[in-house]
Design a protein around this ligand. Structure first.
Ligand SMILES: [Zn+2]
Length: 184
């Protein structure tokens, strides 16, 4: 049950774009010597982007913001990436990308109790919510008049908040010499 019928929006918060930017920021932020020679590393950047977006997979079974939105799930994601890639750096990047999703949803909007995310699962099943409303809720109510303006505004706000940070990281990293991909 999502309770999204009673929810004003019932969508992910922020949108997949915002979460993808979160993964991108982690990937670029952790690239040891810059991203100019990302060469073989786009796959690693993609893994971070996917890890940033994937916690919302719980929409598929109608339980948004539960176990997948937790530090426990972030650690598990890192463990799976490590098992496959044998790269500690990529594993940490994937775990942090996953954790960025939890952070963004904690800072975002929610109007469906229990508010927030199960951030500390499996240690605790309590929900945590910052009440910061840093990101706007994405509406899935396509039949409402304000569907397009509302979502355009919400996504534009995410891009305005996170885009410059991603661009700044890319610029800063790409200026440095001896650039290497995020993992070797
Ligand atoms: Zn989410």
């Amino acid at each position: 049950m999502t309770g999204s019928e009673e929810s004003a929006y019932g969508g992910p918060v922020p949108s997949p774009l915002g979460h993808a930017l979160g993964g991108l920021i982690v990937a670029w932020g952790l690239a040891p010597n810059g991203v100019r020679r990302l060469g073989p590393a786009p796959l690693n950047v993609l893994i971070c982007i996917v890890a940033g977006v994937l916690p919302d997979v719980d929409f598929a079974w109608g339980g948004h913001n539960q176990q997948t939105h937790s530090m426990g799930a972030a650690v598990m994601a890192g463990g799976i990436v490590f098992a496959v890639s044998r790269s500690p750096r990529l594993a940490v990047a994937a775990a942090l990308s996953w954790a960025s999703h939890v952070l963004f949803d904690w800072l975002g909007s929610d109007d469906t109790p229990p508010l927030g995310v199960m951030a500390l699962w499996p240690i605790s099943s309590e929900f945590y919510f910052a009440h910061a409303y840093f990101f706007q809720a994405i509406s899935r109510r396509y039949w409402l008049d304000n569907f397009i303006p509302h979502n355009t505004w919400a996504v534009a706000k995410e891009a305005a908040l996170l885009g410059p940070l991603a661009a700044l990281l890319l610029w800063w990293k790409s200026r440095r010499k001896g650039n290497r991909p995020i993992v070797n």
